[in-house]
Design a protein around this ligand. Structure first.
Ligand SMILES: [Fe+2]
Length: 292
């Protein structure tokens, strides 16, 4: 095994598109593992600089987190009028990102579920456990919020005021990643999913699919050899860039940068143009089992 990370020679799976070209093409590209990068969209933050670039997130808290469903804002030390202003901004980003997804991927619109919104004013925390360290290559899976097969689609935007890019690594295709780590995965104990739900450890039932995705997430992050030598591309997202990605199938690591928005969406596999490319169908093909 080489200690040098393997830089892939082929072009990175990043599709750089203007909005017109992205309409109608985004879903196919995203579903086949591309990051869709829109360099020149406008999200107006004029007048919000005071709350965007102040110390608004709490010590030891990764993100300011907002629920579009309830209007609840978490992870910020801002109070009073500043808090309300920050909430207004994050809610505006959420609505903007939702309109963007509905325009670019109209096939998802009828069944699109809007998840949490986050604002990430801080640089990556270097003191996290390997499992929590998003600077390590991984696919997204949520321990307490089972997706039960639904896709995780995320819309990011870099709003850094001093020209700093957001630095990512993008790794191998999902099927290769899954084949690499699935042999180490263990099934849940009988009754475990029901017990976790009953105890409130998970919101909803953790399916066999969720269990395997969590194990892919943990196994890749905990594998120092893989992190040191995994094939990958380096990708920079400059300020003003917006990018969409299915983070449950695109192997990724967020190495650096600060001041970014992110909106999470859930998309049922049935709404996909190419459901066979989903992590659910891929894992079912590899394991020969129905996972949801
Ligand atoms: Fe992630």
């Amino acid at each position: 095994m080489t200690a040098e990370p393997a830089r892939l020679d082929a072009p990175a799976p990043v599709a750089v598109l203007d909005r017109k070209r992205a309409e109608g093409a985004a879903a196919r590209l995203l579903e086949h593992g591309s990051v869709v990068l829109l360099p020149d969209l406008d999200f107006d933050t004029a007048g919000f600089e005071d709350v965007m670039f102040a110390e608004v997130s709490g010590e030891g808290v990764k993100n300011v987190s907002y629920s579009p469903a309830t209007g609840e804002l978490k992870g910020t030390t801002a109070e009073g009028a500043a808090r309300e202003k920050l909430k207004t901004l994050v809610a505006r980003y959420s609505a903007w990102a939702e309109e963007l997804v509905r325009d670019l991927a109209p096939g998802y619109a009828a069944s699109l579920q809007v998840g949490r919104t986050s604002y990430r004013p801080r640089a990556a925390d270097h003191n996290l456990s390997k499992r929590k360290d998003d600077r390590r290559l991984h696919v997204d899976a949520f321990p307490s919020s089972p997706v039960q097969g639904r896709r995780i689609l995320r819309v990011f935007r870099n709003v850094n005021p001093s020209g700093e890019a957001r630095y990512w690594r993008v790794g191998e295709p999902f099927a290769e990643h899954a084949a690499r780590f699935l042999p180490k995965a263990r099934a849940m104990a009988p009754g475990q999913a029901m017990l976790m739900q009953t105890l409130g450890l998970t919101k909803g039932r953790r399916t066999a699919y969720d269990n395997l995705m969590l194990q892919l997430h943990d196994a890749s992050k905990e594998d120092d050899g893989y992190q040191a030598s995994a094939p990958h591309w380096d990708v920079n997202f400059p300020p003003g860039a917006t990018w969409l990605v299915f983070t449950d199938s695109v192997v990724h690591a967020a190495l650096g940068g600060r001041y970014a928005f992110e909106q999470t969406f859930y998309v049922p596999v049935a709404a996909m143009e190419h459901p066979e490319a989903s992590p659910l169908r891929t894992l079912e093909r590899i394991t020969g089992r129905t996972l949801v």
